[in-house]
Design a binder for this molecule. Structure first.
Ligand code: E4P
Length: 228
């Protein structure tokens, strides 16, 4: 299983990358805005360079299918490790699978994003998407069974030998990460604050505190014994 960082913050990405925990990065226009990246090209180039050769997902920002193709080709020209996020459908419900197919056929890798159902995963895989992003938190918002969607999607892809990889995003807690991992997600894209929470346990800290305290006591005893 791989871990992607769901962030556009260079210091955060660098932090987890240096620990060997980041296999890639995902962004979307809201993440870019939230992390203070207003110039998508500059932000994408910086992140892509930092994490190279790991993949960076950058999302198209239009409802027009032809404009999506143009944007995707432009974004992909910024760095060879940029993957283009194309939504399942436009805001008005027009399916975007034709865009996925044309980009993949032209050698541009696609992350078919905002998937909320097994049906969408099947269509994205048939269109040839390299990655398919299931939005766990948002599936749960609507009362959907996130674990079932992920498990069934991974099973179906493997049953029919599709190469598409499931990325689970829209993570809202450490429990979401663990649920996705146990449901068989190939990749989980995690906001940095939840990686920090995963790494931390108060009893681990207390145990380390005990060991450090005892090591200091032992040193004092040794020095006391030498002096006497
Ligand atoms: C993943 O690729 C998405 O960018 C992200 O996880 C969306 O999460 P949200 O539901 O918090 O917007």
């Amino acid at each position: 299983m791989e871990i992607f960082i769901d962030s556009a913050s260079i210091p955060e990405i660098e932090k987890w990358l240096n620990m060997g925990l980041a296999d890639g990065v995902t962004t979307n226009p809201s993440i870019m805005l939230g992390d203070g990246i207003y110039d998508i090209e500059e932000g994408a180039r910086d992140i892509a360079c930092l994490i190279y050769p790991r993949p960076l997902s950058v999302e198209v920002t239009t409802n027009d299918l032809n404009e999506m193709l143009d944007q995707a080709r432009e974004f992909a020209s910024w760095a060879s490790n940029i993957v283009i996020k194309v939504p399942q459908e436009t805001q008005d419900g027009v399916p975007c699978y034709g865009v996925v197919r044309r980009l993949e056929e032209g050698g541009i890798r696609v992350n078919s994003t905002v998937a909320m159902s097994l049906g969408q995963v099947i269509l994205a895989a048939k269109a040839g998407a390299t990655y398919i992003s299931i939005f766990a938190g948002r599936v749960g918002d609507e009362g959907g069974n996130t674990r079932e969607v992920i498990k069934n999607a991974v099973w179906w892809l493997e049953r029919w030998r599709y190469n598409s990889k499931i990325i689970v995003g829209s993570i809202r807690s450490v429990a979401d990460v663990l649920d996705a991992a146990l449901a068989g997600a190939h990749i989980i894209t995690i906001p940095p604050q939840f990686i920090a929470k995963m790494a931390d346990h108060r009893y681990s800290r207390a145990t380390v505190g005990q060991f450090i305290g005892d090591a200091r006591k032992a040193l004092e005893m040794m020095e006391g014994a030498r002096r006497s």
